[in-house]
Structure formats: structure tokens, C-alpha cells
Design a protein around this ligand. Sequence first.
Ligand code: NAI
Ligand SMILES: Nc1nc(O)c(N)c(N[C@@H]2O[C@H](COP(=O)(O)O)[C@@H](O)[C@H]2O)n1
Length: 269
Amino acid sequence: MSEELTFPAESAALLEPRLPPKSDAEEALRSRPFVTLTFATSLDSSLSLSPGVRTRLSGPGSKAMTHYLRTRHSAILVGVSTVLADDPALNCRIAGTASQPRPIVIDANLRWTPRRSDKVFEVCRNSVGLAPFILTGVDESSLPRESIELLHEHGGKYIRIPATRSESTSRLRFDWNDILAALQAEGLSSVMVEGGGQIINSLLDPAYQDLIDSVIVTIAPTWLGQGGVVVSPDRVTDTTGVPLPVARLSHVSWHPFGEDVVLCGTLRE
Ligand SMILES: NC(=O)C1=CN([C@@H]2O[C@H](COP(=O)(O)OP(=O)(O)OC[C@H]3O[C@@H](n4cnc5c(N)ncnc54)[C@H](O)[C@@H]3O)[C@@H](O)[C@H]2O)C=CC1
Ligand SMILES: Nc1nc(O)c(N)c(N[C@@H]2O[C@H](COP(=O)(O)O)[C@@H](O)[C@H]2O)n1
């Protein structure tokens, strides 16, 4: 937990065109937060060896890059299964970091019971991270009192947003426009969406791709094998049922970081 990372200024300069604006004036013009989709993947498109298994993919250089991204966004968003699997700190551990991102946990159906010993609260008590905002679709009256108190004590909270119930799974789901509207209402002007697989696949749905401003992917030179948590959005077809590519990056650049390569691009023309 006490590890401190360094990220060279030359590398930061390479990433600058891919990042949210630094100027308050530019930020004020936006009607929704700047969205960066960023994750680390294996050569077979896996985020982890299996759901629930924390898996190291990034080497030291690309890991420092991810932590630099954390300090350049006002929020870092993950799905509840990532929190349950990884017990992540979701802070920036670059030496001398001035600002920490607000962790946002997508927990529509309230699967996570926050505990004082969770790393995200530990870093908060040590003043090296912020407490999470948990986005849920559950009624306020059903929220557990102890969890509300634990969150409040650390500066976090539950935020209820509109949700629809999936007919196939009967689980609550959010529209990404509502997620981003909730962040905007909290004054969070940028968010890096880190994972896991279901969150990324849901954001890559063609209905939401326009919401993504930047894509930054670390590719590690390893195959994790079948059974991993895979980034592979639902298939798209033409009117005759012929499959089409779901998305393609443009304005692409590749940057080696140690043994990894970092791919930057955008889903816009
Ligand atoms: N290599 C990397 O960069 C990263 C790896 N991971 C790994 O990913 C794995 C977890 O991924 P997953 O199992 O796919 O879980 P996940 O973290 O994507 O969370 C899944 C949950 O999110 C909910 N969800 C997804 N889209 C939603 C929407 N639009 N509205 C409401 N709820 C929504 C699902 O219903 C489900 O409950 C872990 O093993 C973790 O280690 C996670 C983040 C980054
Ligand atoms: N960039 C990156 N590389 C990897 O190899 C990873 N496993 C992840 N995982 C993401 O980072 C979270 C852990 O964060 P902390 O180090 O605990 O702050 C994990 O939950 C994933 O979201 N990312």
C-alpha cells in the first residue's frame, strides 16, 4: 500500500492530447463529463484470469501511466464485481500527487456491503484517496444504515439514479447518460472508466459510443487463456443479419511502456 510510483514528464506530454482539458474554462463548456475508457488487456482480450481473480497485467511503466490517468480525472469508475474481486484502492500513488479521483462504483442491485477494512476506505483515512460514491437503483429506504454511516464518515455516499429492470435477468440496469448526468451533478468533470468486462462491454454498445471521448488501452504481452473476463461487446448486425464490426478506433497512436504497449485512440472520425 505504501508503494510510490513515478511517471516521466515526457510520457505525460505524449498523453496530453488524449486527456480531459486542464483549463476550467474549457471544462465549464461541457454538458457532460469527459469520458476516458481505459483498461489493461492480455493478447486474448482478457482483463483477468477469471471473474473474481485479481490479475496483474500492467508492468511498472504502464501501471504508473494508469496512475497518472487517475490524477488527471475527477472520477474513476468500476463495476461492483471489480470491487468484490479486487478490493481496489482506486487512488493515485504517484509521489506528490495533488488531486485524487473520486471512486464511482456501479452497484445497481446493491451487491457490495462496504466494510471499514476495505482498501478504498483505508487510503481515505490515510488521506491518500477519496471515499466512493456508489450509484444504485435501489430505494433509499432499502439502503443498509451501517453502510450509509460508514460512507458518510469517510466522505462517500449512495446516489440513486434511474434504473430499468432487465427482462432476461430481472436485474436493474443504468443508461450511461444517467450515470454521466449523476457525475455532472456532483461537479465531476471527467471520468476514467476502468472496468471490468461487463461495464466496458456495456459502454461499448453503439448506443453509448458517442459518450466516449478517449480510449487508452494497455496491452500486455501475455495470453491468459480461456475462461477469462473478456472485453468483447455484443454483436452488431446489418438488416440482413450479417455481422458488422462493433467499433474501430481512429487517430491511433502506440506508445511502448517497458514490455507493454499503450494504445490511444478515439471512436470519433
Ligand atoms: N485489467 C484491467 O484493467 C481491469 C480488470 N478488471 C477485472 O475485471 C473483473 C470484473 O469484471 P466483471 O466480472 O465483468 O464485472 P464488472 O466489474 O464489469 O461488474 C459487473 C457488474 O456491473 C453491472 N453493470 C454493467 N453494466 C451496467 C449498467 N449499464 N448498469 C448497471 N449495472 C451494470 C453488472 O450488472 C454487474 O453486476 C475482475 O476480475 C477485475 O479484476 C477490472 C477492471 C480493470
Ligand atoms: N491498469 C491496470 N493494470 C492491471 O494489470 C490491472 N489488474 C488493473 N486493474 C484495475 O486496477 C484496479 C486496482 O487498483 P488499485 O491498484 O487497487 O488501486 C482494479 O480493481 C482494476 O480496476 N489495471
